[in-house]
Design a protein around this ligand. Structure first.
Ligand SMILES: Nc1ncnc2c1ncn2[C@@H]1O[C@H](COP(=O)(O)OP(=O)(O)OP(=O)(O)O)[C@@H](O)[C@H]1O
Length: 266
């Protein structure tokens, strides 16, 4: 089968609104980001429609985490635009950004738990920082999210007492505690044994299906792609070299993609 590859989509000339490009929740338009004197992102174009789970793969150092950071406004493009839920991330107002962050969950590679706060307080953090929810409401929502990741009754445990898989699931509960519409996962399987890794993948798929979340997942693992992806892009050289629905991505005979997947330890 011939691989369909896309190196770029046409940059939109429309203003940043939800109707500019179908129902894309996240849109990168010719994004350039220079870091350490290198054009890490060099004209990056892609979009994620509402409700879709996009997986980003690519060699180490190719800018996958940098891409995620642009989606939450932790980094700004040097050129081009990143549009999230209708807002241009370079010109977004502080208040609007705070609102957008409430609607966005971010699972960091290591779960990024705060060691001196117990599990319950770790999960509660985004509610305490970004909302005016009452203590009762916070308690209820934390309990609900810990049940969702199948870790009930561990509110009082400290992060140091948890296994890597549990830490990751607590990180996931925290990423979901504000009921976000967009969830970003940076290497959700890193450091996990295959069984725990599969549990996390199934959970991610389940959440995407049940809660109609728009997700972006950075992973090196084909097993993660198989379970969670709707569509996959391969990043290399600062841009998208392959952009395909999951099944076509996995069966593609694109030479660059075969070389990349051939090296995958999964
Ligand atoms: N804040 C920063 N300052 C300078 N350089 C940075 C910064 N953040 C990232 N970089 C560089 O940008 C490049 C891309 O980093 P990034 O973390 O996005 O890679 P990645 O594709 O996620 O890699 P991996 O698969 O190894 O996690 C790397 O060369 C990295 O050193």
């Amino acid at each position: 089968m011939d691989a369909t590859t896309r190196t770029a989509t046409e940059p939109s000339v429309e203003p940043a609104d939800r109707s500019a490009s179908g129902d894309a929740v996240i849109r990168f338009e010719n994004v350039v980001k220079v870091l350490g004197g290198r054009r890490v992102l060099d004209g990056l174009n892609f979009e994620v429609p509402r409700g879709e789970t996009l997986v980003i793969m690519g060699p180490s150092g190719t800018g996958k985490s940098v891409t995620l950071r642009h989606i939450v406004g932790l980094m700004q493009p040097d050129e081009g635009r990143v549009v999230v839920d209708g807002s241009d991330m370079s010109t977004i107002k502080k208040k609007e950004l705070a609102e957008l962050r409430k609607r966005t969950g971010y699972l960091f590679q290591d779960g990024a738990l705060i060691n001196w706060l117990n599990v319950g307080e770790n999960v509660a953090l985004p509610l305490r920082e970004n909302t005016r929810a009452s203590d009762d409401e916070i308690h209820q929502r934390v309990v609900e999210k810990l049940e969702l990741v199948r870790l009930p009754d561990i509110w009082d445990k400290m992060p140091g007492e948890l296994s890597g898989g549990m830490r990751k699931r607590v990180g996931l509960a925290r990423a979901l505690v504000t009921d976000p519409q967009i969830v970003l996962y940076d290497e959700p399987n890193a450091g996990l044994d295959p069984e725990t890794s599969n549990t996390i993948n199934t959970l991610m798929r389940d959440l995407a299906d049940r809660l109609d979340i728009t997700s972006v997942v950075v992973t090196h693992l084909v097993s993660c792609v198989r379970t969670v992806a709707d569509r996959v892009i391969l990043l290399d050289g600062g841009g998208v070299v392959v952009d395909l629905p999951k099944d076509e991505f996995l069966s593609s005979d694109n030479e660059r993609l075969r070389r990349f997947l051939g090296q995958d330890p999964d």
